[in-house]
Design a protein around this ligand. Structure first.
Ligand code: PEP
Ligand code: MN
Length: 337
C-alpha cells in the first residue's frame, strides 16, 4: 500500500503518517518526488485498512500497489531516480561509464588501467578485490589489500571506486574503502547479503542473476530498498541461453522494460554480457542507444595475461575509441557524456 501525500503536505504531516505506520509495527518509507511525497509501507503481512491512513492530515489518497515490488516501482516514485556514486550522478540524463580491470591484481596494474580509463573519459573505476570464481583454484582476489589499491587509484585519478562484496562480512570492508558496493550476478538472490547492503551507507550496484527474470531482479532490488537504502543502480550483464557464440546473451530489451516499471537507473555490462573482447564496443553502442544510464566495461592493459576475464577485457586503446564513439552517439539520444 502507498500513502500519497498532498502537494502542500508539511514535513510534520509526513512524519505523522510515518509514525502512524510504525505504531502498527510496519516500516514507512517516505519517497519524495517532483510532484508529491509518497510513503511506501513494508513489513505488513496482509491488506491494511486504508481509511486509517486516509484520514490523517496531509494525505491525498491511499492506493493499493499492484506488484509484489513496491519501493522500486514507478507507482511509488513516477520520476527517474538519480543515484550519486562518489559525487557522480547515475540516472540523471548522462551516460556514466564505469571501467577498469575485472580483478585488482597489483598496484601497478590498477594504476596503469585507472590512468588510461580516466584519460579516455571514464567516470568511475571498477575492479574486484573479492572475486566470485567458478573454480576454487582460480585467483580469488587480493582482499583488503585490493581495496587499499583501489583507494590509492582513486586518490591519484579522482575516479570514485566500485567494487564487489561477495558476502555479508565483506560489506563492512567494501563500505569502508569504496564509493559503491557491487553485488554480483551469483549473489543476486543472496538475501542476507541484500539485507546487509540495504543497511549500508553507500550506493549499491546490483547485477542481474544469470537466469533471473525481470521480476526476480526487481524483487532483489526491493530487498535493499526495504532496509532503507534507496541508492540502488541495476546492471544487466547477460543471461544464460542456448546461444553458443557468446558467453552470455546480453538482454538489452530489459533496459526499456525496467524503465517502464521502475524509477531505478540501469547500467549495461557488455563485458560479461558477451565474454568476447571484439563484441564489447558494438554492444556498448547498442546499450547506449537502447537507453541505458551507463556502462560497466572491463579494461586491461595486457588482457592476455589478466588473472581474470582476459578474453572479454578490452585494451586502453579500444576503450578510447569506444569513448569517442559514445561521445558522438550521446547527443543523438539526448544524453551527455
Ligand atoms: C564482475 O563484474 O567482475 C563480475 C564478477 O560480474 P558478474 O557478477 O556479472 O558475473
Ligand atoms: Mn569479470
Amino acid at each position: 500500500m502507498l500513502v500519497v501525500m498532498r502537494k502542500d503536505a508539511t514535513p510534520e504531516q509526513i512524519k505523522g503518517v510515518v509514525e502512524a505506520i510504525e505504531a502498527r509495527g510496519y516500516k514507512g518509507h517516505p519517497i519524495p518526488g517532483a510532484q508529491r511525497t509518497a510513503i511506501g509501507i513494508t513489513g505488513n503481512r496482509g491488506a491494511l485498512e486504508a481509511p486509517v491512513f486516509e484520514s490523517l492530515p496531509g494525505v491525498l489518497e491511499v492506493i493499493p500497489v499492484s506488484h509484489a515490488y513496491k519501493l522500486v516501482s514507478r507507482e511509488v516514485k513516477p520520476e527517474a531516480s538519480v543515484v550519486e556514486i562518489g559525487g557522480v550522478p547515475v540516472g540523471g540524463g548522462g551516460l556514466v561509464v564505469t571501467a577498469g580491470p575485472c580483478a585488482v591484481e597489483s598496484l601497478e596494474q590498477t594504476l596503469i588501467v585507472a590512468r588510461a580509463v580516466k584519460a579516455a573519459g571514464a567516470h568511475l573505476l571498477r575492479g574486484g578485490a573479492f572475486k566470485p570464481r567458478t573454480s576454487p583454484y582460480s585467483f580469488q582476489g587480493l582482499g583488503e589489500e585490493g581495496l587499499r589499491i583501489l583507494a590509492a587509484a582513486r586518490e591519484e585519478t579522482g575516479l570514485p571506486v566500485v567494487t564487489e562484496a561477495v558476502d555479508v562480512e565483506g560489506v563492512d570492508l567494501v563500505e569502508r574503502y569504496a564509493d559503491a558496493i557491487q553485488i554480483g550476478a551469483r549473489n543476486m538472490q543472496n538475501f542476507s547479503l541484500l539485507r546487509r547492503a540495504g543497511k549500508a551507507k553507500k550506493p549499491v550496484i546490483l547485477k542481474r542473476g544469470m537466469s533471473a527474470t525481470l521480476e526476480e531482479f526487481l524483487m532483489s532490488a526491493e530487498y535493499i530498498l526495504a532496509e532503507g537504502n534507496y541508492a540502488v543502480v541495476l546492471c544487466e550483464r547477460g543471461v544464460r541461453t542456448f546461444s553458443d557464440f557468446s558467453r552470455n546473451t546480453l538482454d538489452l530489451a530489459i533496459v526499456p522494460a525496467v524503465k517502464n516499471i521502475s524509477h531505478l537507473p540501469i547500467l549495461v555490462d557488455p563485458s560479461h554480457g558477451t565474454g568476447r573482447r571484439e563484441k564489447v564496443a558494438p554492444l556498448s553502442r547498442a546499450a547506449a542507444a537502447v537507453g541505458a544510464d551507463g556502462l560497466m566495461i572491463e579494461v586491461h592493459h595486457d588482457p592476455n595475461r589478466a588473472l581474470s576475464d582476459g578474453p572479454q577485457s578490452i585494451t586502453p586503446d579500444m576503450f578510447e575509441t569506444l569513448m569517442q564513439d559514445l561521445r558522438q552517439i550521446a547527443p543523438v539520444i539526448g544524453r551527455s557524456l
